[in-house]
Design a protein around this ligand. Structure first.
Ligand code: GAR
Length: 203
């Protein structure tokens, strides 16, 4: 059984996709972590009785520090941390504490359209303005640099005929809801390996 923590900041549709699509016999979500107290993702976690934690690098009532969060997630024996629309940068000490155990979903085909400020609709606006004909979603390992870690899986989508960034967002989100549960299940099946510096997904 893979024990995961899912980090969120808003709508939580990727959290829902993991919850609904990865078999319960393979994965347990033992914590949902957010930098926002009131958001749809937190509502969903509470509805499903998943323990929630609020994290902040500043001192705030009801929020814990990243140091405390490291202790909590280790105490819960979390195997994998999934950033599913978590929009804050993860501090270096947190990345060190969970080396190769943090993954992120990004709504474009990395290494293009990533980096600081590239999140949510800003990504799709940049893709739209570039006039690119394909976009997609990327799941990658998280290291200390924004959107830089090794790529685990990607799916592309045709956007040649789109009329707005919102239309790209809609097409990409559909793919995200397939790709992220697929990758989480592959982790649960122990089918993700790093060999010769490349990430492999075994059948
Ligand atoms: C998703 O599109 C995700 O790829 C994106 O935020 C959205 C969250 O939606 N993440 C980033 O842009 C990270 N750079 P959700 O809360 O409905 O899952």
């Amino acid at each position: 059984m893979l024990n995961i923590a899912v980090f969120v900041s808003g709508r939580g549709s990727n959290l829902r996709a993991i919850y609904e699509k990865v078999p319960k016999s393979k994965v347990v979500i033992s914590a949902v972590v957010s930098d926002k107290k009131d958001c749809k993702a937190i509502e969903f976690a509470k509805e499903k009785n998943i323990p929630v934690y609020f994290v902040s690098s500043k001192e705030k009532e009801d929020f814990i520090s990243y140091f405390k969060l490291i202790d909590e997630l280790k105490r819960l024996n979390v195997d994998l941390i999934v950033l599913a629309g978590f929009l804050k940068k993860i501090p270096d000490e947190f990345v060190d504490a969970f080396e190769n155990k943090i993954i992120n979903i990004h709504p474009a085909l990395l290494p293009s359209f990533g980096g600081k400020g590239m999140y949510g609709i800003y990504v799709h606006q940049a893709v739209f303005n570039s006039s690119a004909k394909v976009s997609g979603a990327t799941v990658h390992f998280v290291d200390k640099i924004y959107d830089n870690g090794k790529i685990i899986a990607q799916r592309a989508v045709d956007i040649e005929d789109v009329k707005s960034p919102e239309e790209i967002a809609e097409r990409v989100l559909k793919i995200e809801h397939e790709l992220l549960p697929y990758v989480v299940e592959k982790f649960a099946d122990n089918k993700i390996k790093i060999e010769n510096n490349r990430v492999l997904i075994l059948e």
